[in-house]
Design a protein around this ligand. Structure first.
Ligand SMILES: [Zn+2]
Length: 223
């Protein structure tokens, strides 16, 4: 890559950075140290138009709505969200705090599930991707239901499911998305949203109930 004063218009930090970092196998700079130094110090772009901030904001829970204590206790979590489902609970606490009068958990559970989910900023943000929708139309609802039944039986129904709290990926299958959206992603969420206690195996009826909830959500989001 030529780095010469005769092309000084091109000697800008962002351009030199791009040129250097795009090299696949080897990079040879030909020119003068002065030109390289000029380029490094010549910063013309300080406004970035990546929309990265906006996109991150949309994905992460609203920071302003989380209490200072929560932020202090979960700072690492925000910076390194390796465990997205822990984020669920933090985000939900934020949602919960926004309600005017807080009903007891029992009272709250009596309200229609989908009505409650719609009120949760976090849960209502989940959408099926085009890929998910394609997958559903390819496989058909009956197959998706079978997958849901299988996921529920293996990942949710046992008394102590493996990796409980992080057993449901954030993408990869439409049922996973539906699980996050309906609070059936782990036993903690199942207890909170559906009043089904942890620490014991789910009955057949309970498993079928969860599958019904998941399929209702999928049907409502497939178009
Ligand atoms: Zn969960």
């Amino acid at each position: 890559m030529p780095v010469m004063m005769s092309h000084y218009v091109m000697l800008q930090r962002n351009l030199i950075y791009t040129g250097i970092t795009r090299a696949k196998k080897i990079l040879v700079l030909v020119g003068t140290k002065k030109a390289l130094s000029y380029a490094v110090h010549h910063v013309t772009v300080d406004e970035r138009n990546t929309c990265l901030k906006e996109r991150l904001r949309r994905l992460l829970p609203t920071f302003e709505s989380v209490s200072q204590d929560t932020i202090r206790n979960t700072a690492g979590l925000y910076l390194f969200p390796e465990n997205p489902q822990s984020l669920n609970l933090v985000a939900e606490e934020a949602d919960y705090g926004k309600q005017d009068k807080k009903p007891s958990h029992e009272e709250w559970l009596k309200i229609d599930l989908f009505e409650r989910l719609a009120k949760s900023e976090f849960r209502s943000r989940f959408r099926l991707s085009d890929k998910d929708k394609e997958y559903i139309s390819e496989k058909g609802m009956e197959t998706i239901r079978e997958h849901a039944r299988d996921f529920v039986a293996k990942r949710l129904a046992p008394e102590n499911p493996a990796n409980d709290g992080k057993q449901t990926p954030m993408r990869g299958h439409p049922v996973f998305i539906a699980q996050h959206a309906t609070g059936t992603c782990c036993r903690g969420c199942l207890e909170k949203w559906h009043g089904i206690p942890k620490g014991r195996e789910l009955s057949e009826a309970e498993q079928e109930y969860v599958v019904d909830v998941l399929m209702k959500w999928v049907r409502g989001h497939v178009i």
